[in-house]
Design a protein around this ligand. Structure first.
Ligand SMILES: [Zn+2]
Length: 231
């Protein structure tokens, strides 16, 4: 039996979780919550270096993701190794996610908002959408996958979904005390953000976190569209 996790974070690529939710994850793990990461692709096309081989890049990015997860106190990272820029809404992908939801039995799932309009990475849009479908109704329904029941993976009801990248955030999370940990986790993704800090990434992230916290009685926030699921 896999030990349940309170939170399952499903990211299209390595580093998405760090940009989207790492400050909140750091707070949760400090509070003693069990967090598991699922990374759908290994980000093997995310470079402008024409000499970098995709399989080499995938290895580097998985290592970077593991390092970032360690900084945040994430219990486990599951790599699904779908092709970068090749995530599709297939029955197989949906079932893969249902299997993980039933295995880890999280109360909260965090992923990319699929409903951000216009320019939005296709992998983000599709991952978010398939995660929502997997949560409801597929993870919930006993008869959805008889073979998963055979494997001992009983239906599970996720209670809450947090979507990062939302155009209409309705939920803010205080990351004032964990903002530096978020930065430390982000800096593990050297192949992605290596030179960025000198180009103002830290300042931009801080400005954004400040903006997200406007009207709250704390300084820095991550913002999400939160959906509570009533069954
Ligand atoms: Zn991404």
């Amino acid at each position: 039996m896999t030990k349940p996790a309170q939170v399952l974070v499903v990211a299209p690529h390595p580093d998405d979780s760090e940009f989207g939710v790492a400050g909140t994850v750091a707070r949760w793990t400090r509070e003693g919550k069990d967090v598991v990461y699922v990374v759908c692709t290994s980000g093997d096309k995310g470079t402008s270096d024409v000499n970098m081989k995709p399989e080499e890049l995938a290895k580097i990015r998985e290592q970077e993701q593991l390092a970032a997860a360690k900084v945040l106190g994430v219990r486990e990272v599951v790599f699904l190794r779908h092709p970068d820029q090749g995530i599709e809404d297939t029955p197989e992908f949906r079932k893969e996610l249902v299997r993980l939801i039933r295995k880890y039995r999280p109360g909260t799932v965090v992923t990319a908002d699929p409903y951000r309009r216009y320019i939005w990475h296709r992998d983000h849009r599709i991952t978010g959408q398939v995660v929502l479908d997997a949560i409801f109704p597929y993870a919930r329904d006993y008869h959805a996958y008889p073979d998963l029941i055979q494997e001992g993976l009983q239906p599970h009801k996720v209670r809450e979904v947090l979507l990062w990248g939302a155009e209409d955030p309705n939920y803010r999370s205080n990351i004032t005390d964990t903002f530096d940990t978020k930065l430390a986790a982000l800096s593990c993704h050297k192949s992605q953000v290596g030179d960025n800090p000198v180009h103002g990434l830290v300042e931009r992230l801080r400005e954004r976190a400040k903006m997200m916290a406007q009207g709250e009685n704390y300084e820095l926030a991550e913002a999400f569209h939160r959906v509570e699921i009533l069954y």
